[in-house]
Design a protein around this ligand. Sequence first.
Ligand code: TXA
Ligand code: MG
Length: 330
Amino acid sequence: PGTFHQTRLLHYGPDAIAEAAAMIKGGGVVAVASETVYGLAADATQPGAVAQVYAAKGRPAFNPLIVHVTDMAMALRLGEFDARAKALAESFWPGPLTLVVPRRAGAGIAALATAGLDTIAIRMPAHRAIRDLIAASGRPLAAPSANRSGAISPTRADHVLASLGGRIPLIVDDGPCECGVESTIVMEIDGATRVLRHGPIGVNALLATLLHAEGGAGGVDRFDPGLGSYVSRIDAPGQLASHYAPSKPLRINAIHAEHDEWMIGFGPIFGDATLSRTGNVIEAAARLFDLLHEADASPKAKIAVAPVPGDGVGTAINDRLRRAAHPGVD
Ligand code: TXA
Ligand code: MG
């Protein structure tokens, strides 16, 4: 994988997409906006391209990647969807939901993209930039968040530039990400639907769809809203622990700031900046990583964050904050 002295930033549009698609088809990597966070995309069918994703991020181990598609036909070529997975796809795609399903052999996906597993993580994004890139390149795109391994996920092109500048050739900039946290990941394990990562789609919304799919309350005992252990098992030890970590100590559920803390407020608790003055968790999710980047760059030695309610996407916010506050604890 090459070292690029200069990373070019192109604004979303037909020219940017054409250039990015040519790069993808040629086996290169491109950072691109999505509704969750910016992704570092590569053709999932080219092992060399997928290898470049790991190299650019400096990932110490081969963690499986999410493969992004534009439509259901493309998804069905890659994985096997049972009735429950189909119902979830129908409710939430295109959008910030990733489904881990049994992988279909012969779809040509590089083993490196799925880390050799017999399952595959698939997402159909809603955002025009990544959708256009999949369509223009005609390839399913493997795309983790576009940041150095262990760093905060990027929700703006300048976050990508700060983290991966000089390491990737191109960023397709389409402004700030609407959701601001990574997709909700769900997997069917032993006949139960399990949440592997909390995200923009909350547990109640998932449950409502599953209940409907099951035609009654029978689905409840087959839904596990707790975080599954599967991701940590297939992850390199210690790798998840460093995810979402700013470079400074971070204190959660803070009511006010100590003198050496840069305070991130929420609702009635003000700070140096606020996740949402009106106490809106959706707005808070969209601003979360941006403010963590800002707090990290501030002259203060530490970071404090006001309490955020834990329902809906608030579960995902609290999950990311807990990991940021306790690096080393998964
Ligand atoms: O919002 C998102 O999901 C963003 C955008 C770019 O789409 N992508 C993203 O990718 O967050 P990444 O690589 O940072 O996170 C992928 C997660 C990892 O925790 C990985 O372990 C899990 O998905 N994963 C991938 N394939 C899996 C599989 N077959 N089984 C279980 N977990 C899997
Ligand atoms: Mg990531």
